[in-house]
Ligand binder design. Structure first.
Ligand code: PNS
Length: 159
C-alpha cells in the first residue's frame, strides 16, 4: 500500500520527519507531497522544501518527495495511493483533521486517511512556531534538522 503524506512543510520539522519514519514502517512507500499553493506566500519555495525534505529523509529507503497542485485525493489516485497519512498532535488538531478526512472521503471514497499520534516530545511543534523562534534569533536546532536550521538562519539573519 502506498501512502501520501501531504502538507505545506514550510519548513519541515522533526515532528514531520518522525511521522515519515513511522509511516514508512507501516506502508510499502510513503510519498511526501508538498502542496504548491499559489494563494499563500511561503517562506521557502516548493523546490527548496523538496530539497530540505529529501535531505532529512535520505536515510529511509521507501520514501519519495514530490510536490502537487490541486486536490490531494486526485494526486493520491494518480500515484495509486490508498492512504493519506497525517499526524495528530493535540485535541485542537482534531477538528480540522476530521473535516479534511471527511471531505476527502466524499471526494474519493477509495482513499482512507490514517492518523499517527505525534510523538509526545514533538506535540507542541509546528512550522509556524519554528518560524517565529528563528525570526527572533532563538535556537531551533532541537526542532528541525541541521540543514533546515541552516536555511532558516540564512533566511532570517543572512548567516
Ligand atoms: O501542513 P498543512 O498545511 O496542514 O497541510 C494541509 C493540506 C496540504 C494537507 C491540505 O490543505 C490539502 O490537502 N490541500 C489540498 C487541497 C485539497 O485537497 N482540499 C480538500 C481537502 S480539505
Amino acid at each position: 500500500m502506498i501512502a501520501i503524506y501531504p502538507g505545506s512543510f514550510d519548513p519541515v520539522t522533526l515532528g514531520h520527519i518522525d511521522i515519515v519514519e513511522r509511516g514508512a514502517k507501516l506502508f510499502d512507500k510513503v510519498i511526501v507531497a508538498v502542496l504548491s499553493n499559489p494563494s499563500k506566500k511561503p517562506l521557502f519555495s516548493v523546490d527548496k522544501r523538496i530539497e530540505q525534505i529529501t535531505q532529512c529523509t535520505k536515510h529511509i529507503a521507501n520514501v519519495e518527495v514530490d510536490s502537487f497542485i490541486g486536490l490531494t485525493v486526485d494526486y493520491a489516485k494518480l500515484h495509486h495511493a490508498g492512504v493519506l497519512l497525517r499526524g495528530l498532535r493535540v485535541l485542537s488538531d482534531f477538528e480540522k483533521e476530521l473535516q479534511m478526512a471527511h471531505t476527502n472521503k466524499t471526494l474519493n471514497n477509495e482513499i482512507e486517511t490514517v492518523f499517527l499520534a505525534t510523538t509526545k516530545e514533538y506535540s507542541f511543534l509546528s512550522s509556524s512556531i519554528v518560524k517565529e523562534i528563528a525570526q527572533f534569533g532563538g535556537v531551533i536546532d532541537h526542532l528541525v534538522s541541521d540543514n533546515v536550521a541552516q536555511d532558516m538562519y540564512q533566511k532570517y539573519h543572512n548567516k
